[in-house]
Design a protein around this ligand. Structure first.
Ligand code: NAD
Length: 432
């Protein structure tokens, strides 16, 4: 099938490359010419494991191309997949400006029947609004459907090709059949429903997962208070299939480009419809509290943060990605700087923009050991695998004071202590 993917960010680029790998002919469109230029030269604008090889293979096979021109991509495309960013507006709602601008540009390039598939996470009612917008400028046949995406950054290629399910929210049998054909090669249930239900499914999925993390963080703080180990508790409850093992990792709480903005957008949606969402609201508040508690704990341990040097290991919102959007590490960093500490940071791939730093200065180190020279404390803020394998003796040998705050519970507390550190995790009983 011929497919156009609009937006070549984390979702669009991965979707485009994977759809091409499934045998479709795909053109990926973006409004940022530098991004398209890079992609035409085989350079990935984002870090995502396995993506570069996938893009290279499909470009070579003639199934994948990149363009800034809607007129090159849209006419003749049977499916137009919308993967535009939908960030938070100031009031917490989804800012749909870029999304509707892209939908308008799609409408102006249409010719013949096409399915416009909204892959972006969008408020309930968006498919209907897009249909109205297109109808205002295009007289031909088309359908607008909701096709939310559930991939995880860091595992995006695998997730796209091995999804637990594909959700197709459509009010048209013709469009549903096109989408089932598009995803025909994927061995998973194709769940069909109406458009509004599919739009809400995506928000409900993210709010549920975020709530699960907030819950285990609440238990972690209780574990600290009563002298229990939350990791054992998580194992104990997660073995019950009704609860499940996933998303029971305590730490700094959830961040990234999806959970925070999607939870805010769902809360806004509830308020707008006169239905406040108390469970989701508490999960959101708990997430903020989680970060404050970590920083308060470190401040108590060091008596004061003023004049202290802290090595921050990890900037990305989670391991295996360079994405720092709403990363907990940034909140931690700014709190440390505001309380008078100096911070030296190391991340294997992520870098911060000056706009993340509220006018403060940050030193980027070339490796964890360089970050720790003369430091009073090390904080592990991102769950990169390489942090599990740190040479703890080497790390402690360069530090001024030997405090290790494992804010992702990556390490074995006894091994850390035996290397001469005072160890703190989240909810690990003895650490409080
Ligand atoms: N990142 C994830 O893990 C993830 C997972 C599932 C769903 N989503 C949802 O998918 C959507 C996209 O997320 P993302 O992380 O890929 O965003 P992103 O910011 O990485 O990418 C968006 C891309 O759209 C481009 N763009 C903006 N306006 C455009 C226009 N008019 N025409 C063409 N391109 C345009 C931008 O230049 C950018 O490359 C969001 O709604 C997000 O909530 C994201």
């Amino acid at each position: 099938m011929r497919v156009a993917v609009i937006g070549t960010g984390y979702v669009g680029l991965v979707s485009g490359a994977c759809l091409a790998d499934l045998g479709h002919t795909v053109v990926c469109v973006d409004v940022v010419p530098e991004k398209i230029e890079k992609l035409k030269n085989g350079i990935m604008p984002i870090f995502e494991p396995g993506l570069e090889e996938l893009v290279e293979r499909n470009v070579k096979a003639g199934r994948l191309a990149f363009s800034t021109s809607y007129n090159e991509a849209i006419p003749g495309a049977e499916v137009i997949s919308m993967a535009i960013g939908t960030p938070s507006a100031a009031d917490g709602s989804a800012d749909m400006t870029a999304f509707f601008a892209a939908a308008d540009m799609v409408a102006r390039s249409l010719s013949g029947y096409a399915v416009i598939a909204n892959k972006s996470t969008v408020p309930v009612g968006t498919a209907e609004r897009v249909a109205e917008l297109v109808r205002a400028v295009y007289r031909g046949e088309f359908d607008v459907i909701s096709n939310p995406e559930f991939l995880r950054e860091g595992h995006a290629v695998y997730d796209f090709l091995h999804p637990a399910r594909v959700v197709i929210g459509s009010d048209s049998k013709r469009a549903t059949d096109v989408m089932i054909h598009l995803y025909g090669y994927l061995d998973c249930p194709k769940i069909t429903m109406d458009r509004r239900s599919a739009e809400l499914t995506k928000y409900a999925a993210n709010a549920f997962l975020a709530t699960k993390i907030s819950f285990i963080n609440e238990i972690a703080h209780l574990a600290d208070a009563v002298g229990a180990d939350v990791e054992d508790v998580a194992k104990g409850i997660g073995s019950d299939p009704r609860i499940g093992k996933e998303f029971l990792r305590p730490g700094l709480g959830w961040g990234g480009s999806c959970f925070p903005k999607d939870v805010r957008a769902m809360l806004h949606l509830g308020d707008r419809h006169g239905h406040p969402l108390p469970v989701t609201r508490s999960a959101y508040d708990m997430n903020r509290l989680t970060r404050t508690r970590v920083i308060d704990r470190l401040e108590r341990e060091l008596t004061s943060l003023k004049g202290k040097l802290v090595a921050l290991l990890g900037l990305a919102f989670k391991g295996n990605t360079d994405d720092t959007r709403e990363s907990a590490a940034i909140d931690l960093l700014n709190a440390l700087l505001e309380r008078g500490a100096t911070v030296r940071a190391y991340d294997p791939v992520a870098r911060l923009a000056p706009s993340d730093l509220n006018g403060h200065e940050l030193h980027h180190a070339s490796d964890p050991y360089a970050a720790a020279i003369g430091a009073h404390a090390v904080i592990v803020a991102t769950d990169w695998e390489e942090f599990r394998a740190l040479d703890l003796a080497r790390l402690s040998s360069v530090m001024a004071d030997k405090v290790l705050f494992d804010a992702r519970n990556l390490m074995n507390p006894d091994s850390v202590r035996s290397s001469g550190f005072r160890y703190f995790g989240v909810g690990r009983g003895r650490s409080s």
